[in-house]
Design a protein around this ligand. Sequence first.
Ligand code: CAA
Ligand code: NAI
Length: 246
Amino acid sequence: MRLKEKVAIITGAANGIGLAAAELFAKEGAKVVIADFDEELGTKRVQELTEKGYDVAFSKVNVVDRDSVDAMVKLTIDRYGHVDILVNNAGITRDGMLWKLSAEDFQRVLDVNLKGVFNCTQSVIPHMISQGSGRVINTSSVSGVYGNVGQTNYAAAKAGVVGMTKSWAKELGRKGINVNAVAPGFVETSMVATVPEKILDQLKTTIPLGRLGSPKDVANAYLFLASDESNYVNGITLHVDGGIMM
Ligand code: CAA
Ligand code: NAI
Protein backbone atom coordinates (compact mmCIF):
# COMPACT_ATOMS: atom_id res chain seq x y z
CA MET A 1 0.00 0.00 0.00
CA ARG A 2 1.38 3.36 -1.06
CA LEU A 3 -0.12 5.56 1.69
CA LYS A 4 -0.13 3.21 4.67
CA GLU A 5 -0.91 5.07 7.95
CA LYS A 6 -0.84 8.46 6.20
CA VAL A 7 -3.50 11.02 7.08
CA ALA A 8 -4.94 13.03 4.19
CA ILE A 9 -7.35 15.94 3.97
CA ILE A 10 -9.04 16.22 0.58
CA THR A 11 -11.22 19.28 0.02
CA GLY A 12 -14.20 19.04 -2.30
CA ALA A 13 -14.17 15.26 -1.81
CA ALA A 14 -17.94 14.72 -1.71
CA ASN A 15 -18.01 14.58 -5.50
CA GLY A 16 -16.13 14.17 -8.77
CA ILE A 17 -12.34 14.09 -8.74
CA GLY A 18 -12.05 14.58 -4.95
CA LEU A 19 -14.31 11.61 -4.28
CA ALA A 20 -12.29 9.38 -6.63
CA ALA A 21 -9.14 10.51 -4.79
CA ALA A 22 -10.68 9.83 -1.36
CA GLU A 23 -11.48 6.25 -2.33
CA LEU A 24 -8.12 5.67 -4.00
CA PHE A 25 -6.15 7.11 -1.05
CA ALA A 26 -8.20 5.02 1.41
CA LYS A 27 -7.59 1.90 -0.70
CA GLU A 28 -3.87 2.66 -0.48
CA GLY A 29 -4.03 2.68 3.32
CA ALA A 30 -4.62 6.36 4.11
CA LYS A 31 -7.02 7.75 6.68
CA VAL A 32 -8.98 10.34 4.77
CA VAL A 33 -10.88 13.43 5.82
CA ILE A 34 -13.53 14.19 3.21
CA ALA A 35 -13.87 17.95 3.56
CA ASP A 36 -16.73 19.54 1.67
CA PHE A 37 -19.32 22.27 1.68
CA ASP A 38 -22.06 19.73 0.87
CA GLU A 39 -22.84 18.09 4.21
CA GLU A 40 -25.56 15.75 2.98
CA LEU A 41 -23.47 14.31 0.15
CA GLY A 42 -20.28 14.26 2.23
CA THR A 43 -21.95 12.33 5.05
CA LYS A 44 -23.35 9.84 2.51
CA ARG A 45 -19.88 9.34 0.97
CA VAL A 46 -18.36 8.69 4.39
CA GLN A 47 -21.05 6.11 5.10
CA GLU A 48 -20.44 4.38 1.74
CA LEU A 49 -16.66 4.29 2.17
CA THR A 50 -16.90 3.17 5.80
CA GLU A 51 -19.11 0.28 4.67
CA LYS A 52 -16.29 -0.72 2.31
CA GLY A 53 -13.99 -0.92 5.35
CA TYR A 54 -12.09 2.35 4.95
CA ASP A 55 -11.15 4.76 7.75
CA VAL A 56 -12.68 8.06 6.62
CA ALA A 57 -14.27 11.06 8.33
CA PHE A 58 -16.36 13.99 7.15
CA SER A 59 -15.65 17.64 7.86
CA LYS A 60 -18.11 20.28 6.69
CA VAL A 61 -15.96 23.10 5.40
CA ASN A 62 -16.29 26.25 3.38
CA VAL A 63 -12.73 26.80 2.16
CA VAL A 64 -13.44 30.53 1.87
CA ASP A 65 -14.10 30.82 5.59
CA ARG A 66 -10.94 30.63 7.68
CA ASP A 67 -12.70 29.62 10.91
CA SER A 68 -14.34 26.71 9.14
CA VAL A 69 -10.98 25.69 7.63
CA ASP A 70 -9.29 25.81 11.04
CA ALA A 71 -12.09 23.60 12.39
CA MET A 72 -11.43 21.09 9.57
CA VAL A 73 -7.76 20.89 10.54
CA LYS A 74 -8.64 20.58 14.25
CA LEU A 75 -11.06 17.74 13.51
CA THR A 76 -8.28 15.95 11.61
CA ILE A 77 -5.71 16.36 14.39
CA ASP A 78 -8.22 15.42 17.11
CA ARG A 79 -9.24 12.26 15.27
CA TYR A 80 -6.00 11.08 13.69
CA GLY A 81 -3.23 12.90 15.62
CA HIS A 82 -1.42 14.38 12.61
CA VAL A 83 -1.82 15.36 8.96
CA ASP A 84 0.53 14.24 6.17
CA ILE A 85 -1.25 15.19 2.96
CA LEU A 86 -3.44 18.12 1.93
CA VAL A 87 -5.17 18.00 -1.45
CA ASN A 88 -6.63 21.40 -2.30
CA ASN A 89 -9.23 20.06 -4.71
CA ALA A 90 -12.41 22.08 -3.98
CA GLY A 91 -13.33 24.35 -6.86
CA ILE A 92 -16.21 26.00 -8.72
CA THR A 93 -16.94 27.65 -12.05
CA ARG A 94 -19.09 30.69 -12.83
CA ASP A 95 -18.46 30.96 -16.58
CA GLY A 96 -19.31 34.00 -18.67
CA MET A 97 -17.86 36.09 -21.47
CA LEU A 98 -15.76 38.99 -20.17
CA TRP A 99 -18.33 41.58 -21.15
CA LYS A 100 -21.08 39.74 -19.29
CA LEU A 101 -19.18 38.55 -16.21
CA SER A 102 -20.47 40.07 -12.99
CA ALA A 103 -18.12 41.36 -10.30
CA GLU A 104 -19.76 38.87 -7.89
CA ASP A 105 -19.01 35.88 -10.15
CA PHE A 106 -15.45 37.11 -10.66
CA GLN A 107 -14.90 37.42 -6.91
CA ARG A 108 -16.64 34.18 -5.91
CA VAL A 109 -14.40 32.08 -8.16
CA LEU A 110 -11.27 33.87 -6.92
CA ASP A 111 -12.43 33.32 -3.33
CA VAL A 112 -13.06 29.57 -3.61
CA ASN A 113 -10.40 28.55 -6.14
CA LEU A 114 -7.52 30.77 -5.02
CA LYS A 115 -8.10 32.10 -1.51
CA GLY A 116 -9.54 28.73 -0.47
CA VAL A 117 -6.23 27.07 -1.41
CA PHE A 118 -4.34 29.70 0.59
CA ASN A 119 -6.63 29.30 3.63
CA CYS A 120 -6.36 25.50 3.78
CA THR A 121 -2.61 25.42 3.21
CA GLN A 122 -1.86 28.16 5.75
CA SER A 123 -4.00 26.37 8.34
CA VAL A 124 -2.39 22.95 7.80
CA ILE A 125 1.21 23.99 7.31
CA PRO A 126 2.23 24.63 10.99
CA HIS A 127 1.47 20.94 11.68
CA MET A 128 3.57 19.78 8.72
CA ILE A 129 6.42 22.11 9.65
CA SER A 130 6.50 20.82 13.22
CA GLN A 131 6.58 17.20 12.08
CA GLY A 132 9.19 18.00 9.38
CA SER A 133 7.25 16.34 6.56
CA GLY A 134 4.19 16.77 4.39
CA ARG A 135 2.68 16.93 0.95
CA VAL A 136 0.54 19.71 -0.47
CA ILE A 137 -1.19 19.06 -3.78
CA ASN A 138 -3.00 21.94 -5.45
CA THR A 139 -5.52 21.66 -8.24
CA SER A 140 -4.97 23.97 -11.17
CA SER A 141 -6.49 23.45 -14.63
CA VAL A 142 -5.63 23.50 -18.29
CA SER A 143 -7.68 26.74 -18.29
CA GLY A 144 -5.17 28.34 -15.93
CA VAL A 145 -2.30 27.38 -18.21
CA TYR A 146 -3.62 28.18 -21.71
CA GLY A 147 -6.76 30.23 -20.95
CA ASN A 148 -10.31 29.38 -21.98
CA VAL A 149 -13.20 31.23 -23.58
CA GLY A 150 -15.71 32.24 -20.89
CA GLN A 151 -13.34 31.63 -17.97
CA THR A 152 -11.70 34.95 -17.06
CA ASN A 153 -12.26 34.36 -13.35
CA TYR A 154 -11.49 30.64 -13.34
CA ALA A 155 -8.35 30.91 -15.49
CA ALA A 156 -7.04 33.75 -13.30
CA ALA A 157 -7.57 31.71 -10.12
CA LYS A 158 -6.05 28.54 -11.58
CA ALA A 159 -3.01 30.41 -12.93
CA GLY A 160 -2.67 31.90 -9.42
CA VAL A 161 -2.64 28.39 -8.00
CA VAL A 162 0.41 27.57 -10.14
CA GLY A 163 2.18 30.70 -8.83
CA MET A 164 1.39 29.86 -5.21
CA THR A 165 2.54 26.25 -5.75
CA LYS A 166 5.95 27.38 -6.99
CA SER A 167 6.36 29.92 -4.17
CA TRP A 168 5.45 27.34 -1.51
CA ALA A 169 7.73 24.72 -3.10
CA LYS A 170 10.58 27.20 -2.57
CA GLU A 171 9.52 28.22 0.96
CA LEU A 172 8.73 24.76 2.29
CA GLY A 173 11.15 22.39 0.52
CA ARG A 174 13.80 22.67 3.23
CA LYS A 175 11.18 21.91 5.85
CA GLY A 176 10.53 18.49 4.34
CA ILE A 177 7.33 19.50 2.57
CA ASN A 178 6.80 18.94 -1.16
CA VAL A 179 4.29 21.19 -2.90
CA ASN A 180 3.03 20.38 -6.39
CA ALA A 181 0.05 21.07 -8.61
CA VAL A 182 -2.03 18.99 -10.96
CA ALA A 183 -3.59 20.66 -14.01
CA PRO A 184 -6.41 18.47 -15.31
CA GLY A 185 -7.92 18.92 -18.76
CA PHE A 186 -11.64 18.28 -19.28
CA VAL A 187 -12.81 15.60 -16.86
CA GLU A 188 -16.20 13.89 -16.70
CA THR A 189 -17.73 15.45 -13.57
CA SER A 190 -20.63 17.75 -12.78
CA MET A 191 -18.35 20.69 -13.57
CA VAL A 192 -17.96 19.74 -17.23
CA ALA A 193 -21.66 18.90 -17.42
CA THR A 194 -22.32 22.68 -17.42
CA VAL A 195 -20.59 23.09 -20.80
CA PRO A 196 -23.08 23.31 -23.69
CA GLU A 197 -22.91 20.12 -25.80
CA LYS A 198 -21.91 21.89 -29.00
CA ILE A 199 -18.96 23.56 -27.26
CA LEU A 200 -17.92 20.35 -25.52
CA ASP A 201 -17.86 18.49 -28.85
CA GLN A 202 -15.62 21.23 -30.21
CA LEU A 203 -13.34 21.06 -27.13
CA LYS A 204 -13.01 17.27 -27.50
CA THR A 205 -11.42 17.71 -30.92
CA THR A 206 -8.49 19.48 -29.20
CA ILE A 207 -7.65 16.46 -27.00
CA PRO A 208 -4.96 14.24 -28.57
CA LEU A 209 -6.19 11.17 -26.64
CA GLY A 210 -9.63 11.83 -28.12
CA ARG A 211 -11.64 11.53 -24.91
CA LEU A 212 -12.48 13.36 -21.71
CA GLY A 213 -10.57 12.39 -18.60
CA SER A 214 -12.12 10.32 -15.81
CA PRO A 215 -11.99 11.38 -12.15
CA LYS A 216 -9.73 8.37 -11.53
CA ASP A 217 -7.23 9.63 -14.15
CA VAL A 218 -6.70 12.73 -11.99
CA ALA A 219 -6.87 10.86 -8.68
CA ASN A 220 -3.97 8.69 -9.88
CA ALA A 221 -1.87 11.84 -10.36
CA TYR A 222 -2.77 13.04 -6.86
CA LEU A 223 -1.74 9.62 -5.54
CA PHE A 224 1.65 9.79 -7.24
CA LEU A 225 2.29 13.24 -5.75
CA ALA A 226 1.13 12.07 -2.30
CA SER A 227 3.24 8.90 -2.27
CA ASP A 228 6.94 8.26 -1.63
CA GLU A 229 7.39 7.66 -5.36
CA SER A 230 7.48 11.44 -5.85
CA ASN A 231 9.96 12.19 -3.02
CA TYR A 232 12.17 14.28 -5.32
CA VAL A 233 9.35 16.03 -7.18
CA ASN A 234 8.71 19.60 -6.00
CA GLY A 235 7.11 22.68 -7.55
CA ILE A 236 5.81 21.01 -10.71
CA THR A 237 2.47 21.33 -12.43
CA LEU A 238 1.56 17.88 -13.67
CA HIS A 239 -0.66 18.04 -16.74
CA VAL A 240 -3.34 15.35 -16.78
CA ASP A 241 -5.19 16.40 -19.89
CA GLY A 242 -4.86 13.77 -22.59
CA GLY A 243 -2.12 15.79 -24.25
CA ILE A 244 -3.78 19.21 -24.65
CA MET A 245 -0.71 20.91 -23.18
CA MET A 246 2.58 19.71 -24.63
N1 CAA B 1 -14.03 27.22 -26.43
C1 CAA B 1 -14.23 27.75 -27.68
N2 CAA B 1 -15.27 28.54 -27.99
C2 CAA B 1 -16.17 28.79 -27.02
C3 CAA B 1 -16.04 28.28 -25.72
C4 CAA B 1 -14.92 27.46 -25.45
N3 CAA B 1 -14.70 26.94 -24.26
N4 CAA B 1 -17.08 28.72 -24.98
C5 CAA B 1 -17.83 29.49 -25.79
N5 CAA B 1 -17.28 29.52 -27.03
C6 CAA B 1 -17.79 30.25 -28.18
C7 CAA B 1 -19.18 29.78 -28.60
O1 CAA B 1 -19.11 28.64 -29.47
C8 CAA B 1 -19.75 31.00 -29.30
O2 CAA B 1 -19.19 31.06 -30.60
P1 CAA B 1 -20.06 31.69 -31.80
O3 CAA B 1 -20.31 33.12 -31.40
O4 CAA B 1 -19.15 31.54 -32.97
O5 CAA B 1 -21.30 30.87 -31.86
C9 CAA B 1 -19.15 32.16 -28.49
O6 CAA B 1 -18.00 31.60 -27.80
C10 CAA B 1 -20.10 32.72 -27.45
O7 CAA B 1 -20.65 31.63 -26.71
P2 CAA B 1 -22.19 31.57 -26.31
O8 CAA B 1 -23.04 31.89 -27.49
O9 CAA B 1 -22.42 30.26 -25.63
O10 CAA B 1 -22.26 32.78 -25.30
P3 CAA B 1 -23.05 32.90 -23.94
O11 CAA B 1 -22.81 34.28 -23.43
O12 CAA B 1 -24.45 32.43 -24.10
O13 CAA B 1 -22.34 31.83 -22.96
C11 CAA B 1 -20.49 30.81 -21.84
C12 CAA B 1 -20.98 32.01 -22.65
C13 CAA B 1 -21.21 30.79 -20.48
C14 CAA B 1 -19.00 31.03 -21.64
C15 CAA B 1 -20.80 29.49 -22.58
O14 CAA B 1 -20.39 29.61 -23.92
C16 CAA B 1 -20.07 28.33 -21.98
O15 CAA B 1 -20.50 27.75 -20.98
N6 CAA B 1 -18.91 27.96 -22.58
C17 CAA B 1 -18.08 26.90 -22.09
C18 CAA B 1 -17.01 27.47 -21.19
C19 CAA B 1 -16.08 26.37 -20.79
O16 CAA B 1 -15.36 25.80 -21.60
N7 CAA B 1 -16.04 26.05 -19.48
C20 CAA B 1 -15.27 24.97 -19.00
C21 CAA B 1 -16.02 24.35 -17.83
S1 CAA B 1 -15.23 22.85 -17.27
C22 CAA B 1 -14.00 23.45 -16.33
O17 CAA B 1 -13.86 24.59 -16.05
C23 CAA B 1 -13.00 22.46 -15.89
C24 CAA B 1 -11.66 22.87 -16.28
O18 CAA B 1 -10.85 23.22 -15.44
C25 CAA B 1 -11.27 22.78 -17.69
P1 NAI C 1 -17.18 18.86 -8.71
O1 NAI C 1 -18.08 20.03 -8.91
O2 NAI C 1 -17.61 17.51 -9.17
O3 NAI C 1 -16.79 18.76 -7.17
C1 NAI C 1 -16.34 19.88 -6.47
C2 NAI C 1 -16.63 19.70 -5.00
O4 NAI C 1 -16.13 20.87 -4.32
C3 NAI C 1 -18.11 19.57 -4.66
O5 NAI C 1 -18.34 18.44 -3.84
C4 NAI C 1 -18.44 20.87 -3.94
O6 NAI C 1 -19.43 20.73 -2.93
C5 NAI C 1 -17.08 21.22 -3.33
N1 NAI C 1 -16.98 22.66 -3.03
C6 NAI C 1 -17.33 23.69 -3.82
N2 NAI C 1 -17.13 24.85 -3.19
C7 NAI C 1 -16.63 24.56 -1.97
C8 NAI C 1 -16.24 25.33 -0.86
N3 NAI C 1 -16.33 26.67 -0.86
N4 NAI C 1 -15.76 24.69 0.24
C9 NAI C 1 -15.70 23.35 0.27
N5 NAI C 1 -16.06 22.55 -0.76
C10 NAI C 1 -16.54 23.16 -1.86
O7 NAI C 1 -15.80 19.31 -9.39
P2 NAI C 1 -14.62 18.45 -10.01
O8 NAI C 1 -14.79 18.46 -11.46
O9 NAI C 1 -14.46 17.19 -9.29
O10 NAI C 1 -13.40 19.43 -9.69
C11 NAI C 1 -12.45 19.20 -8.67
C12 NAI C 1 -11.31 20.17 -8.88
O11 NAI C 1 -10.69 19.91 -10.15
C13 NAI C 1 -11.71 21.64 -8.92
O12 NAI C 1 -10.71 22.42 -8.29
C14 NAI C 1 -11.76 21.96 -10.38
O13 NAI C 1 -11.57 23.32 -10.63
C15 NAI C 1 -10.62 21.11 -10.88
N6 NAI C 1 -10.66 20.80 -12.29
C16 NAI C 1 -11.73 20.13 -12.81
C17 NAI C 1 -11.74 19.82 -14.15
C18 NAI C 1 -12.88 19.11 -14.80
O14 NAI C 1 -12.90 19.06 -16.03
N7 NAI C 1 -13.83 18.55 -14.08
C19 NAI C 1 -10.64 20.21 -15.03
C20 NAI C 1 -9.58 20.92 -14.37
C21 NAI C 1 -9.60 21.19 -13.04
